[in-house]
Write a protein that binds this ligand. Structure first.
Ligand SMILES: NC(=O)C1=CN([C@@H]2O[C@H](COP(=O)(O)OP(=O)(O)OC[C@H]3O[C@@H](n4cnc5c(N)ncnc54)[C@H](O)[C@@H]3O)[C@@H](O)[C@H]2O)[C@@H](O)CC1
Ligand SMILES: Nc1ncnc2c1ncn2[C@@H]1O[C@H](COP(=O)(O)OP(=O)(O)O)[C@@H](O)[C@H]1O
Ligand SMILES: [K+]
Length: 512
C-alpha cells in the first residue's frame, strides 16, 4: 500500500473533484459519511454524549459534517469550534451553516480556556481540530485545549490524523498533540504513523476509502510503500515439483567469535529455515563443535585463527554471503572483512560487526559492492552515517548514504524501513517481543537465504523483513513478548510462509 504526502493528498483532492465532477464539499460529505458509518456501526444509536472539537480548516469541516449526520440520526452531539482565527476554509463555512440549519443553533465558539467544556469519562470525543494542514505546533489556549482533551479518560477518535501531529514533519512539541484511542485516516496512512517518534500517537488506525481518483493513486510515486500481507504475497515464488537443492542456492554465513558463536548459529539456522538449498558456516575454529551440534544440516569451514575470523576463504562459489554477526571488530576481523569485500562476486549482506568494522575503518566503505544489503540497528546506523536530529533527518541521511554507496540499507526497528535507490519500504509486521538478543542475527539469515534461493537483493530485503516480523508475531502468540527469544522467531518461519496465504476473516490492509 502506498503512503502519500500531504501535497499529494491535496493534488488527489483536486483531481478527484475535477474528474468526478464534484465539489470539495461533496468530498467532505463522503469523508464524514464514512466516519458516521464507522461510528454508527459501533454505537447503534446509543445515547452517549459525543463531543466534536473542530478546527476552522477542512478537518474541522469534516467534524461539522459528521456532527450534522449524527444529529440527523438521533445522536447526542455537541460541536465546539476552536476559533483561533477568522480564516475559515470555504468547505468549513458551508458545513458550519449546514450544521446550524439542522440543529437550529450555531456550534459553540471557543476562544479561551474558560470555554472548555466538562467531559465525563463515558463520553466520546471526536478530534477534528487539525488535519494534514497543520503548519506549526498549536500554541496558547489551543494547546491547552489539546491537553484538556488528553487528560480526560473519555474515548477519543481522531479524524484523519491526531491533531497536532504532522503528516511528514518532525514533532516540535510533544505536549500539543492529541493522544487518541483510534484514528480514522482518509484513503491512505500518513508517514508519521510509522516512525518511532510519532508512531506512538497512532496506536490504532483504520483507513477509510473516500474514493479519491483511482488513476492518481495508482500512478503517483508514493513517499513510501507499506509492506503488509497483500504486498508480501506477491513476492513469493512457488517451488517447482522437480526442484532439487541445487535450485535454492548455496549460502555462506561468515560469523562468530569466541563467546559469540550463538550469533553464527542463529544466522546459519535461519538461512536454512527460510529455504536456502545449502548453507556453509564459516567460523573460527573454536566454534566447530558448537555449530556441528547446533545445526547439523549446515556445512562448516573454519578460519585459521581459533578465536576470531581473520581470513575468510572458501572453496566454492556461494550464491549469497552474510558476514558480520558476532564477528568482533579487532584488526583481524577488519582484515578478514577487507579480504572478503575485495574478492566477493555474489550478493552480500553486511550486519552487526561488519558494519562496526566499516564505521571504524572508513577505507572499507569504497570496497562495499553495489547492491550490498546493510542491516544496521539504530546504534550501528549512527556509527555509519553520524547523528540525526529526528526521524526524517535519519531517513534523509540514510537515503544519501544508500545513494552514495549504491547499497540497500535496512533500518531495523518497530517498523523496519528498507531504503534503496531513493525508494522507501516500511514493514508492518513485528512486535516488541523481538527486542531480544539475536533477533537481528536471525534476520540476516532470513534475507541471505532468500537471496540464495534467487530472490533479488531488494526483494529479499523487503520480503525477508516481512517474514521475519510475521514469524515474530506468530511466536508471540504462542509465548508472549517477554519469553520470546531469537530462536523462537526461526522456529516460526515455516508458519510465516503458511500464514502468507491463510485467508483472514478481516484482511487488515487493502491491496494497492
Ligand atoms: N484532501 C483530502 O483527501 C480530503 C481532506 N479532508 C480533510 O481536510 C483536512 C485538511 O484540511 P486543511 O488543509 O483545511 O487543513 P486543517 O483542517 O488541518 O487546518 C489547517 C488550518 O489551520 C491553520 N493552522 C495550521 N496549524 C495551525 C496551528 N498550529 N495553530 C493554528 N492554526 C493552524 C492553517 O493555517 C489552516 O487554516 C484533512 O486532514 C482531512 O481531514 C476531507 O475533507 C476530505 C478530503
Ligand atoms: N519493538 C519492535 N517491534 C518490531 N520489531 C522489533 C522490535 N524491536 C526489535 N525488533 C526487530 O528485531 C530485530 C533486532 O535486531 P538487532 O537489534 O540487530 O538484534 P541483535 O543485534 O541482538 O541480533 C530487528 O529485525 C528489529 O526490527
Ligand atoms: K484531527
Amino acid at each position: 500500500m502506498k503512503i502519500f504526502s500531504s501535497k499529494q493528498f491535496y493534488e488527489a483532492d483536486k483531481i478527484t473533484t475535477e474528474k468526478q465532477g464534484i465539489t470539495s464539499v461533496d468530498l467532505m460529505e463522503r469523508a464524514a459519511t464514512q466516519i458516521y458509518g464507522w461510528l454508527h456501526q459501533r454505537l447503534q444509536g446509543a445515547q452517549v454524549p459525543i463531543h466534536i472539537f473542530c478546527g476552522i480548516g477542512n478537518n474541522g469541516g469534516d467534524g461539522l459534517a459528521l456532527g450534522r449526520l449524527l444529529v440527523e440520526n438521533g445522536y447526542l452531539v455537541k460541536c465546539y469550534i476552536a476559533n483561533y482565527t477568522d480564516k475559515r476554509s470555504p468547505s468549513f463555512l458551508t458545513n458550519y451553516s449546514r450544521y446550524k440549519d439542522v440543529t437550529k443553533n450555531w456550534p459553540l465558539l471557543m476562544t479561551c480556556v474558560e470555554d472548555f467544556p466538562a467531559i465525563a469519562r463515558e463520553d466520546i470525543i471526536i478530534d477534528a481540530l487539525f488535519g494534514i494542514g497543520l503548519n506549526r505546533p498549536p500554541e496558547g489556549w489551543v494547546k491547552q485545549l489539546i491537553q484538556h482533551i488528553n487528560t480526560t479518560p473519555a474515548y477519543k477518535l481522531s479524524i484523519d490524523i491526531p491533531s497536532g501531529l504532522y503528516a511528514e514533519q518532525a514533532i516540535t512539541d510533544h505536549e500539543a498533540i492529541i493522544k487518541p484511542n483510534h484514528t480514522l485516516t482518509f484513503q491512505a496512512p500518513k508517514l508519521s504513523f510509522f516512525l518511532p517518534e510519532s508512531g506512538p500517537y497512532v496506536t490504532f488506525y483504520e483507513i477509510l476509502n473516500i474514493g479519491l481518483d483511482e488513476e492518481y493513486m495508482q500512478t503517483t510515486k508514493p513517499v513510501a510503500q507499506l509492506i503488509a500481507k497483500p504486498q508480501a504475497q506477491r513476492f513469493y515464488k512457488q517451488r517447482n515439483k522437480y526442484a532439487h537443492k541445487g535450485n535454492f542456492g548455496h549460502a555462506l554465513v561468515a560469523a562468530g567469535s569466541y563467546g559469540s558463536m550463538g550469533a553464527a548459529v542463529l544466522s546459519t539456522k535461519s538461512t536454512l529455515r527460510i529455504g536456502a538449498g545449502k548453507v556453509t558456516a564459516f567460523i573460527p575454529e573454536c566454534g566447530y563443535n558448537i555449530m556441528q551440534i547446533s545445526v547439523p544440516e549446515a556445512l562448516v569451514q573454519t578460519d585459521v585463527n581459533p578465536k576470531v575470523l581473520s581470513k575468510i576463504e572458501f572453496d566454492f562459489m556461494p550464491d549469497a554471503i552474510a558476514v558480520g554477526m558476532g564477528m568482533g571488530t579487532g584488526k583481524e576481523s577488519v582484515a578478514a572483512l577487507r579480504g572478503l569485500l575485495k574478492k566477493v562476486t555474489c550478493p552480500i549482506l553486511l550486519d552487526a560487526d561488519a558494519l562496526n568494522c566499516i564505521s571504524s575503518t572508513k577505507t572499507l566503505l569504497k570496497l562495499i559492492p553495489q547492491n550490498a544489503i546493510l542491516t544496521p540497528h539504530s546504534g550501528e546506523l549512527e556509527r555509519l552515517i553520524g547523528e540525526w536530529s529526528d526521524d526524517y533527518d535519519k531517513i534523509e541521511k540514510t537515503k544519501a548514504f544508500s545513494k552514495k554507496y549504491n547499497v540497500i540499507v535496512i533500518i531495523k526497528g518497530a517498523n523496519t524501513i528498507i531504503i534503496s535507490e531513493g525508494e522507501m519500504y516500511i514493514n508492518t509486521t513485528g512486535n516488541p517481543g523481538m527486542a531480544t538478543a539475536g533477533s537481528g542475527d536471525v534476520l540476516s539469515g532470513v534475507i541471505t537465504g532468500l537471496v540464495a534461493q534467487g530472490y533479488d537483493p531488494l526483494m529479499s530485503s523487503v520480503f525477508g523483513v516481512y517474514l521475519h516480523g510475521s514469524a515474530g508475531n506468530i511466536a508471540s502468540q504462542l509465548i508472549g513478548f517477554e519469553a520470546m527469544i531469537a530462536s523462537d522467531i526461526t522456529e516460526a518461519l515455516g508458519d510465516a510462509f503458511i500464514e502468507l496465504f491463510r485467508q483472514d476473516e478481516q484482511q487488515q490492509a487493502p491491496a494497492d
